[in-house]
Design a protein around this ligand. Structure first.
Ligand code: ADP
Ligand code: MG
Length: 594
């Protein structure tokens, strides 16, 4: 081991970092990737009162990012001081922080960007004859000259992160960086439809949108087709104005949600607002589908703090729950004004409260092993079977559409699912089947980075026994991969902020307790690998039980998913999941010859 410098007593080892190094470190917070530089430069252009903003890229910003605006421009001195840390024209006294009307205010962006690249600034104010050019390389001013240029500002950023090779190495592929930049420009464009935006990448015009209204901006950013599937709404009833565009349920997507939230013209990130929107869609979407939406919030001055994080994406509302309720009710009202039920696919099979079971368990993707699929019966995916049926207040099995026999399911004794197949009859143990599905998902999640989790609106506090507390401590990483978002608070208190998406609302804390209890029980007997063990106890506790009444879409989905597992025939404990009776077997029993 290298001997640490602090070993020598009396020798001072703490020293203030040289400015250039400190700036480079600070730069990391503001400029994480090319897209962050683009975001900051575009914000500056908007703050400067530009009517038109043009972004030019080479190699996804790695070689060049150039932002041109026709805004106020800067004078000779200002053009230079703009690069100093905490140099800003936007606020001056502490009280200004409570009333920020510009996108920028921290005075950090230009300092940060120029600390890790070569920046050339050309700018001219409306009252000046000649403009100013400033060049800064790695934080050092290399030129400050008069130059000819139009009113406004052009900033060219070259060789981003040239002096922070670590950061440069961590940049993702050009395509990924480009997607982030596009996202930043799209958000800027959406937040200000009254300004013209252009994005050109390696000579291709990616976005060109003249100044106009919100609806035409939506078309320019997302394309006519997607924009035509949106519901525009505006709700000014409460103290908070909420407006925007909501995706119809049939455009909902699996996987990464596509959501855009703006507060007073500033793109923000807010899990609470996203959650409020999902809640409003609740019965219209399958679990793990996310609606597309664009939401604009207009707040009274002073009710929100935007100075929470260097990226300025996070904000703090004075009354978070008011915001939540306003968004929830505005979106609910907007969706309620349209008959969207007929476009639900697959059908939701709601049970009136919270997420329905089918929403929780269904996750159709591959259909390769669809049990009802045979060449003779290939008349459409099962997901379509229940389309168009009323969503609420239905019990038991429904007849499938005439002419199709597949997809028929019955539940008997609230325990088994019976369904005809092309070859005969299938009988499935509902608990064992669901256990198998969840077990395999769990094993996959352990191998992947992080589980899909469902944020709890109200985090739950769980008091643990000392034994459970110790166990949770050991299992925390695995539980996290399953999708539990857990934090230990002190020695015995657990705060649960999220749960795996398999878990039914209302059961959250009891399931975790049951999983832990079963784990400890099995641990005594089985001595398995912890992953295996946890997957077993978790699947057993999260699965539907014998005695749970299921609706037909839930059963359909269960069987579909079962046939997509690796080992559909046995449950994780080795019991059979299904029994198949062939027609010939039945015929034999009944003494039929044909
Ligand atoms: P902030 O935007 O937080 O004030 P920046 O480092 O982004 O900090 O910019 C510093 C200052 O430089 C701004 O306050 C503004 O006065 C000036 N400035 C930056 N970009 C432009 C621009 N495109 N047009 C006019 N002035 C600009
Ligand atoms: Mg700025």
């Amino acid at each position: 081991m290298k001997k640490a410098a602090h070993a020598v007593p009396g020798n001072r080892v703490i020293h203030v970092l040289p400015q250039a190094l400190a700036d480079r470190i600070a730069a990391g917070e503001v400029v994480q990737r090319p897209a962050s530089a683009v975001k900051e430069l575009v914000e500056n252009a908007v703050d400067a009162g530009a009517h038109s903003v043009t972004v030019l890229l080479k190699d996804s910003g790695k070689t060049l990012i150039q932002v041109t605006d026709d805004g106020s421009g800067m004078g000779w001195e200002d053009a230079l001081s703009a690069f100093s840390r905490h140099a800003t024209s936007k606020i001056s006294v502490p009280g200004d922080l409570d009333n920020i009307t510009t996108l920028g205010f921290r005075g950090e962006a230009l300092a940060a960007i120029s600390a890790v690249s070569t920046v050339e600034l050309k700018t001219k104010t409306g009252v000046e004859e000649t403009g100013t050019m400033v060049r800064v390389e790695g934080g050092a001013v290399k030129a400050h000259e008069k130059t000819g240029c139009p009113t406004g500002t052009t900033i060219s950023v070259r060789n981003l992160f040239f002096n922070t090779p670590g950061r440069r190495k961590f940049l993702k592929s050009d395509r990924t960086e480009f997607r982030h930049i596009l996202d930043a420009v799209q958000r800027a464009a959406l937040s200000r439809p009254d300004l013209a935006f252009t994005l050109v990448s390696d000579g291709d015009t990616i976005l060109k949108s003249p100044a106009g209204g919100a609806a035409s901006r939506m078309e320019d950013v997302f394309g006519k087709k997607q924009a035509s599937g949106l519901i525009e709404f505006s709700d000014g009833a409460g103290p908070l104005k909420v407006s925007g565009f909501l995706g119809r349920p049939r455009f909902a997507r699996k996987g990464r949600p596509e959501q855009y939230i703006f507060l007073d013209g500033r793109p923000i990130a807010s899990r609470a607002i996203g959650h409020a929107v999902y809640r409003a869609y609740e019965h219209l979407l399958e679990k793990s589908s996310f609606p597309f939406f664009v939401i604009f919030l207009t707040c009274e001055r002073g009710t929100v703090d935007v100075n929470v994080h260097p990226s300025k994406l996070e904000v703090k509302f004075e009354d978070e729950s008011l915001v939540y309720r306003s968004v929830l009710s505005a979106v609910k009202r907007a969706l309620g004004a349209h008959d969207l039920r007929t476009e639900m696919a697959p059908a939701p099979g709601t049970n009136g409260e919270g997420l329905s079971f089918s929403q929780v368990i269904s996750e159709p993707s591959a259909r390769s092993r669809d049990p009802w699929r045979s060449p003779a019966h290939d008349s459409g995916p099962p997901a379509d079977l229940f389309r168009g049926h009323p969503a609420d207040g239905e019990e038991g099995a429904e007849p499938p559409p005439p002419g199709t026999e597949h997809g028929q399911v019955w539940q008997v004794h609230d325990k088994y699912i019976i369904s005809p197949t092309p070859e005969g009859v299938l009988i499935v143990d509902q608990h064992a089947a669901h256990e198998r599905i969840i077990y395999e998902k769990a094993i996959v999640r352990f191998e992947s980075r992080a589980g899909e989790s469902q944020e709890l609106l109200f985090p739950q506090t769980i008091e643990l026994s000392p034994a459970d507390a110790a166990l949770v401590g050991d299992l925390l990483p695995l539980l996290g991969k399953l999708g539990f978002v857990l934090k230990m608070f002190g020695a015995r208190t657990l705060i649960m902020e999220g749960v795996p998406s398999d878990i039914r609302p209302g059961d959250e804390s009891s399931i975790l307790a049951e999983v832990l209890a079963l784990y400890r029980e099995d641990e005594q007997r089985l001595k398995l690998d912890p992953r295996e063990q946890l997957a077993k106890s978790y699947s057993c506790k999260a699965a539907v039980k014998a005695g749970d009444r299921l609706k037909s879409p839930e059963m359909t989905s269960l069987i579909e998913q079962l046939f997509r597992t690796e080992v559909p025939y046995v449950c994780p404990h080795g019991r059979p999941v299904m029994v198949k009776l062939s027609l010939s077997e039945l015929d034999k029993r009944f003494g039929r010859t044909s």
